[in-house]
Design a protein around this ligand. Structure first.
Ligand code: SF4
Ligand code: SF4
Length: 137
C-alpha cells in the first residue's frame, strides 16, 4: 500500500538520516514529493511511503517517537479548471506530467497522475489550485 504524509521536524532533527533509516529498518520505500528543509530552522517533507500496513504503522510510530510531527495526507488537489487561461505555467513544475498542454495549447489535467505535491499551487498566477488539509497520523 501507499500513503502520503507530511513530516514536520525541528532543527535538531534536520541532520539525522531519517529517510535511510526508514528504508533500512522498516523496509518501506520512500518517495519525497516535496521538501522544505534548512539547517537551523527545521523543515517539512511531503513523502509517499510504500510497504505493508504493519511496516507503515511502525514507520509512523518511529517518526513520532523521535519527535517528528506526522500528518497523513488524505485529501486531493482542488483545481478550479473552468477559470484556467491555458498559460501553461503550472506544467513546468508538475514532474509527474499530470498537467500538460495538448497540441492545441489547452491545459489537460490527469488526476490519476497527480501525487498532490502542491507545487502547482504557487505556480499558477490565478491561484486556481489548492490542496485540502491533512490529519494527524
Ligand atoms: S499537485 Fe500539482 S504539480 Fe503536483 S503532481 Fe498534482 S498537478 Fe502536478
Ligand atoms: S498556471 Fe493556472 S491558468 Fe495557467 S495553465 Fe495552469 S491552471 Fe491554467
Amino acid at each position: 500500500m501507499k500513503k502520503r504524509y507530511a513530516l514536520r521536524f525541528s532543527p535538531t532533527l534536520v541532520e539525522q538520516p531519517i529517510v535511510s533509516k526508514l528504508v533500512r529498518i522498516y523496509d518501506v520505500d520512500i518517495n519525497i514529493l516535496n521538501a522544505d528543509v534548512a539547517s537551523g530552522r527545521g523543515g517539512k517533507l511531503i513523502v509517499e511511503l510504500s510497504g505493508g500496513q504493519e511496516a507503515l504503522e511502525e514507520s509512523v510510530a518511529y517518526l513520532n517517537e523521535i519527535g517528528i510531527i506526522v500528518s497523513e495526507m488524505v485529501k486531493e488537489l482542488i483545481f478550479l479548471e473552468d477559470a484556467c487561461i491555458d498559460c501553461g505555467a503550472c506544467t513546468a513544475v508538475c514532474s509527474p506530467k499530470a498537467l500538460s498542454l495538448d497540441e492545441e495549447a489547452m491545459l489537460r489535467f490527469d488526476a490519476s497522475l497527480c501525487v498532490v505535491c502542491g507545487l502547482c499551487v504557487q505556480a499558477c498566477p490565478l491561484r486556481l489550485f489548492s490542496v485540502s488539509d491533512e490529519r494527524g497520523a
